[in-house]
Design a protein around this ligand. Structure first.
Ligand SMILES: Nc1ncnc2c1ncn2[C@@H]1O[C@H](COP(=O)(O)OP(=O)(O)OP(=O)(O)O)[C@@H](O)[C@H]1O
Length: 371
């Protein structure tokens, strides 16, 4: 059976500039996917190509097996069975909630339209607001109206373009989780575009992280965090730092504070590897002999996020409970808890894990070991 959405080696050019290159992705029915990445990486371009607002220069986009975009033929947006929720919700200010939701249902009879709108109002729990005007609603409520309006015509896929970015950050993650619940309960297939990884984690089953128009890694949120395929992914996801560590004469990785990894067969003494250190890899330990200088700190309510100085001048992150309050320039006693070291060996190409030795790929190899 066909996937609900399939992108086959899609490229999009603006004149001579390749904004999207060779992107392949599939989404099964009921799955929520996410296009994540820094500004300018091509997320919006790809979403517009799926919606039919942007021509593709090579490859193909298929919805339930039907080609909706190829370089030769582009199905118009209104014929694609695609629903869209925009950044600013784009509600019609002169229509009340009921009429906003019913806007795309002109092809139904009055009675059918009324039934469908009632169903959507129940779905997004806005039954009491049917007669309200958009300006009378909170940001979260407006967002739910936009969602109901996009879902009312039963699209084959829902496209969400930074749908929470105009809301404050607390509401954003909460709404992302609520919207996920609503979509999965109703079996809706959706793609979210965002540059906010917390939003992506709260909503998506799978995330394609884009870099310069290419997929850097397409994976579950868990794997993106724990098994990053290359340094770009490792640094973008989570708040890790990459540090350089040299393999010692015994073939071990030792950062000067202790042995991080006992070694791998292809590591050469003297070779410098790149090690990913996550904030939770370094723990506060009262009385520890290892004390690192505090470079900077940020209060996060329940925790402090510290940036610490290693003896060799490199910086590492550390998250502590917020009662551990050491001033900038002071010393924080810590313990390294590198249970799952992620190490990259400088080369070129994509990453691999230690379960799949990359000796013959010439890739930017990644190893995961225990500390
Ligand atoms: N109409 C256009 N003409 C020429 N270049 C464009 C056009 N639209 C986008 N670009 C370029 O294509 C690249 C990808 O843009 P796109 O808007 O898809 O990125 P994005 O990941 O959505 O960024 P953001 O998060 O800032 O919205 C950028 O370098 C951008 O400058």
């Amino acid at each position: 059976m066909s996937s609900q959405l399939e992108l086959r080696q899609v490229s999009v050019h603006y004149g001579g500039f390749a904004a999207v290159s060779d992107v392949s992705l599939t989404l099964e029915r009921g799955q929520i996917g996410c296009l994540l990445g820094p500004s300018g990486c091509g997320k919006t371009t790809l979403l517009r190509a799926i919606a039919g607002f942007q021509a593709i220069s090579s490859g193909g986009i298929f919805l339930r097996g039907e080609a909706i975009s190829t370089p030769q033929r582009q199905l118009p947006p209104e014929q694609r069975k695609v629903g869209m929720v925009f950044q600013d919700f784009a509600l019609f200010p002169h229509l009340n909630v009921r009429h906003n939701i019913g806007f795309g249902l002109a092809h139904l009879s009055r009675a059918e339209r009324r039934r469908r709108v009632d169903e959507m109002l129940r779905l997004v729990a806005l039954g009491d607001c049917a007669g309200a005007w958009p300006h009378e609603l909170s940001g979260g409520q407006q967002q739910r109206v936009a969602l109901a309006r996009a879902l009312a015509p039963s699209p084959a896929i829902l496209l969400l373009d930074e749908p929470f970015s105009s809301l404050d950050s607390e509401l954003r993650t909460q709404l992302a989780a609520e919207v996920r619940e609503l979509l999965t309960r109703n079996g809706v297939t959706a793609i979210l575009v965002t540059h906010d990884q917390h939003e992506a984690f709260a909503m998506a089953d799978s995330i394609a992280l884009l870099q310069h128009g290419r997929v850097a890694q397409s994976d579950t949120p868990y794997n993106l965090y724990h098994n990053p395929g290359n340094e770009f992914v490792a640094e973008f996801i989570g708040q890790g730092s990459m540090i350089s560590v040299t393999v010692n004469a015994a073939g071990e990785l030792n950062d000067g504070l202790g042995i991080i990894d006992r070694g791998h067969p292809h590591w050469q003494p003297g070779e410098t590897l790149r090690l990913l250190v996550r904030p939770d890899d370094i723990e506060y330990e009262d009385g520890s002999e290892v004390q690192l200088k505090v470079v900077s700190k940020a209060f996060r309510g329940a925790s402090y996020f510290y940036e610490l100085l290693l003896p060799d001048g490199q910086h590492v992150p550390c998250l502590t409970p917020s009662h551990v309050d050491i001033p900038r320039g002071g010393l924080l006693p810590v313990r390294f808890n590198l249970q799952h070291v992620v190490v990259f060996e400088r080369s070129n190409g994509a990453g691999q894990t230690s379960d799949h030795p990359a000796a013959d790929t010439g890739a930017e190899r990644m190893y995961q070991g225990t500390g």
